[in-house]
Design a protein around this ligand. Structure first.
Ligand SMILES: Nc1nc2c(c(=O)[nH]1)N[C@H]1C(S)=C(S)[C@@H](COP(=O)(O)O)O[C@H]1N2
Ligand SMILES: [Mo]
Length: 382
């Protein structure tokens, strides 16, 4: 069979018709937009902007948004494969374009398709801690997201009318599948099952009841010292010696009336605040634990700073290098009594791998911002 006939024959199959493409497009669009918005939130957590300070409440917001981000990203993989399968015969239409507007519309499919494939591939690889590339993942993942969403919006605009018409018709006049091939229902059903299975086996890393089903998750949230996974160990961070040094002092410096220095024992004596808070990693796993620590606001008061003044705090780790050796607390987070330097977790002294002698833990913060092995709080007046 020659190509045009093969194409026309394929397009008559319900799995390749406009109705199937529209249904898959809607499912994929919902996944992508949800993934995009939760991704933007994660970006603003990690790259704070002055006009939109991240509030510390609700405490578990980031845990939910990032869980949804990773789950919708994973669910989109089978949906995208199905969508590309459904529309690929259209690639061979002849002539390829029927005018300038149509040419522009088809051209926008290039950033949309490559962007979508890149986003899902890089996201899944990142969650699997596989980095087969030379670029910095968060920056690439962020910028290609805008390109992809741009392509998606253009595509939605171009296809809205066609999709609406295809959905309004109850079925294609020639909707019967060729013998031995899948009909629309069978195909969409299989795709839905695949997306569901992928979601359920991924979400276990953050939704406790699904934990036994965890398959596509790199972390079981309950594995690790003190029932919390470890992202970077003390050995990997090169802090074993500094963190175990009996001469350790936590320092509060910067715009303070009285600089403060506290020994590990003094910190422990001040650590009377207990809160149930979660570590919610950008990679989608999360784990809740009971932390005991000293509220940052108390440490500021000791240093002669009124935490109700507009101050931010830079939290510095003993770790010498690495991207996550420091983080910032905005003025809202500084005032929250549960934003603290923890010295104990789940009733035990903090494990070296969880940040002994003390680590930052606060409500509604991305895991990367929960700095471990804290040595200094630098107060900044805004
Ligand atoms: N100093 C330092 N703190 C750090 C990190 C790091 O690499 N160095 N990793 C962060 C990341 S990415 C996460 S998810 C949490 C994990 O904390 P945990 O290992 O106690 O679970 O610690 C954060 N704090
Ligand atoms: Mo993380």
């Amino acid at each position: 069979m020659r190509l045009p006939e093969a194409r026309d024959e394929a397009l008559r199959q319900p799995v390749h018709d406009a109705r199937t493409a529209a249904i898959l497009g809607i499912a994929l669009g919902v996944c992508f937009l949800t993934c995009f918005l939760t991704g933007l939130y994660s970006h603003v957590q990690q790259h704070p902007v002055d006009w939109l300070p991240i509030p510390p409440r609700p405490a578990s917001l980031y845990r939910v948004t990032q869980g949804v981000h990773v789950a919708t990203g994973f669910a989109a993989v089978p949906l995208l494969v199905a969508k590309l399968w459904s529309v690929y015969p259209r690639l061979f239409r002849w002539p390829p374009v029927s005018g300038v507007a149509h040419a522009a519309e088809r051209l926008m499919l290039v950033p949309l398709t490559f962007g979508a494939v890149f986003m899902l591939f890089s996201g899944v690889a990142n969650v699997s801690r596989w980095y087969p590339w030379g670029f910095y993942f968060p920056a690439a993942h962020y910028w290609v997201a805008w390109i992809t969403i741009g392509g998606l919006v253009a595509h939605l605009g171009a296809k809205a009318a066609v999709a609406r018409a295809a959905l309004a018709r109850p079925g294609h006049p020639v909707a019967a599948a060729a013998p031995g091939t899948l009909g629309r229902r069978g195909f969409l059903g299989a795709v839905a099952v695949a997306a569901g299975v992928v979601t359920v086996t991924t979400a276990g890393q953050t939704v406790t009841p699904l934990r036994p089903l965890t398959l596509f998750a790199q972390r079981r949230p309950d594995l690790g010292p003190q029932g919390v996974p470890v992202n970077r160990s003390a050995v990997q961070a090169g802090v074993v010696e500094a963190a175990s040094d009996a001469g350790f002092r936590l320092r509060v410096t910067g715009a303070v009336a009285r600089p403060v220095e506290l020994t590990t024992g003094e910190l422990d004596g001040l650590a009377r605040r207990v809160a149930e808070l979660s570590i919610a990693c950008v990679e989608g796993w999360s784990a809740s634990a009971r932390w005991r620590g000293v509220p940052i606001a108390d440490l500021l008061t000791t240093a002669g700073v009124d935490p109700d003044d507009d101050v931010t705090v830079r939290v510095e780790s003993l770790q010498a290098g690495g991207r996550y050796r420091a983080s910032e607390l905005n003025h809202l987070q500084v005032r929250d009594p549960d934003t603290m330097l923890a010295v104990a977790v789940n009733g035990e002294r903090l494990d070296l791998d969880h940040g002994y002698p003390c680590r930052l833990i606060g409500p509604n913060r991305a895991g990367v911002l929960q700095t471990k092995w804290v040595r200094e709080l630098v107060v900044i007046r805004t």
